[in-house]
Design a protein around this ligand. Structure first.
Ligand code: PLP
Length: 229
């Protein structure tokens, strides 16, 4: 069912409260956790409703969809890119997005370096970790992560400031715990600047925060079920 602006605002208030509780329960402050609104398939009217209620960060999955919608969004709100990314689309993101969450391979980081150098800026990115080692999913594995990080650290126009993951669906917190471990281990690597752990979606944002996440990406719990047609 399509939600209206009032429902989106109610959802925002409820989820914010739960995020704050999970933050406090894990020894942090509510403002230490970023609440991202994931906008794929969502009508810009509802995205603006979420912004009016207090959302301070948007997450976009598809370059084309974002380009067709961005002029309808209230301006000034930062946008992160969170979707699977082809190298030939990188040029549309540089200078326009705050953070790219989904850097899963060296060749993609290389293209980001090239485009960021052209714009004379440093692009902040997260490395995407395939924590379930699923063949259908992109992302470096916990085993290949240290080498990828080391290689990307060589790029002068790319700054790795954390990790992102989309764990396989599971009833328990197995992969959240595993990812928390990987994050803590990665923090110890030379010159690692691990500030952000982007983990947790509509079904598991509370548990993800309890396991160290400080950026949750919430779509359907905020806007209702997505309609892809
Ligand atoms: C769609 C999407 C989300 C949000 O999913 P919900 O379960 O609807 O909250 C979060 N992260 C990524 C990368 C997504 O593609």
């Amino acid at each position: 069912m399509q939600m209206d602006s009032k429902q989106v605002c109610e959802n925002y208030t409820r989820i914010s409260g739960e995020i704050a509780e999970a933050a406090l329960a894990s020894g942090r402050k509510p403002e230490d956790i970023a609440f991202m609104a994931v906008t794929k398939t969502v009508d810009p009217v509802l995205v603006n409703a979420a912004i009016d209620c207090g959302i301070q960060l948007l997450g976009e999955n598809r370059v084309q969809e974002w380009q067709s919608k961005k002029d309808a969004y209230r301006s000034g709100i930062p946008v992160d890119f969170i979707g699977a990314l082809q190298a030939n689309k990188v040029k549309y993101l540089i200078g326009n997005v705050r953070l790219i969450h989904s850097v899963d391979r060296l060749s993609l980081a290389q293209e980001i370096e090239k485009q960021a150098a052209k714009h004379e800026l440093i692009q902040e990115i997260l490395l995407e970790v395939n924590i379930g080692a699923e063949e259908t999913k992109s992302g470096t594995t916990p085993e290949t992560l240290p080498e990828l990080l080391k290689q990307v650290q060589e790029f002068p126009h790319v700054h790795v400031c954390g990790l992102m993951t989309i764990p396989p669906p599971r009833q328990d917190t197995y992969f959240l715990e595993k990812m928390e471990e990987v994050f803590l281990k990665t923090k110890e690597l030379p010159n690692a600047d691990m500030q952000i752990l982007s983990m947790g979606m509509s079904d598991d944002y509370r548990e993800a925060i309890l396991h160290g996440s400080n950026l949750v990406r919430v779509g359907s719990a905020l806007f209702g079920a997505r309609n892809y047609t």
